[in-house]
Design a protein around this ligand. Structure first.
Ligand SMILES: [Fe+2]
Length: 189
């Protein structure tokens, strides 16, 4: 993961089991926010999400050429999207331009590659990770990464993303280059 947060401490005897969040429960939690939720809070929602295939169905749709972004809910402080990826579809290398956020893999397996950026050295490879169905990862504000459904996966991928504040124009990067470009993700549908 880009930013490691240990939010999976063992539950002590007598402690209350964390709630689980259906997709409607996540929407309710997000829509009740009156300030930007922390990355820890976003991890908590995603790690305790229990989203059924029926709940995902309205947001499940793929297209050729690029992954497809489907908006579930958005307010001034936070947004939730479902992204649908055919094998081989991936994001540009990007940061989140002031937002932080988390991802839960609902179907398929996700590859994440992370990078460091130095104005003198440019963009440099840092690490690569695989996240299987049910895994959660996230990005803090300075993190630079690329997400994708591996071209060799032979299966579709569906992911839930929560960003705070909602994403605007992102910065994109190229390996070995110090150039930073601007990128507006396609409007969610
Ligand atoms: Fe990202």
């Amino acid at each position: 993961m880009s930013t490691y947060l240990d939010t999976t401490d063992a539950i002590e005897p007598g402690e209350v089991t964390p709630p689980t969040f259906s997709l409607p429960a996540l929407v309710e939690a997000l829509e009740s926010q009156t300030s930007a939720p922390t990355l820890e809070q976003i991890y908590f929602w995603l790690e305790n999400a229990d989203v059924s295939a029926e709940e995902l169905a309205p947001y499940r749709g793929f297209k050729d050429g690029n992954y497809w972004r489907h908006l579930v809910c958005r307010n001034d402080f936070v947004e939730m999207l479902v992204l649908c990826w055919r094998p081989g579809q991936r994001t540009p290398i990007h940061d989140h331009n002031g937002s932080h956020g988390g991802v839960r893999v609902c179907e398929g397996n996700m590859w994440e590659t992370t990078f460091t950026y130095d104005p003198d050295k440019g963009l440099e490879y840092k690490s690569a990770s695989e996240y299987l169905t049910g895994a959660v990862t996230g990005s803090d504000v300075p993190d630079i990464h690329q997400l994708g459904n591996p071209d060799v996966s032979e299966q579709d991928m569906v992911t839930i993303h929560i960003y705070s504040p909602p994403l605007g124009v992102l910065h994109t990067y190229k390996p070995g280059s110090a150039t930073i470009d601007l990128y507006t993700p396609p409007d969610p549908e």
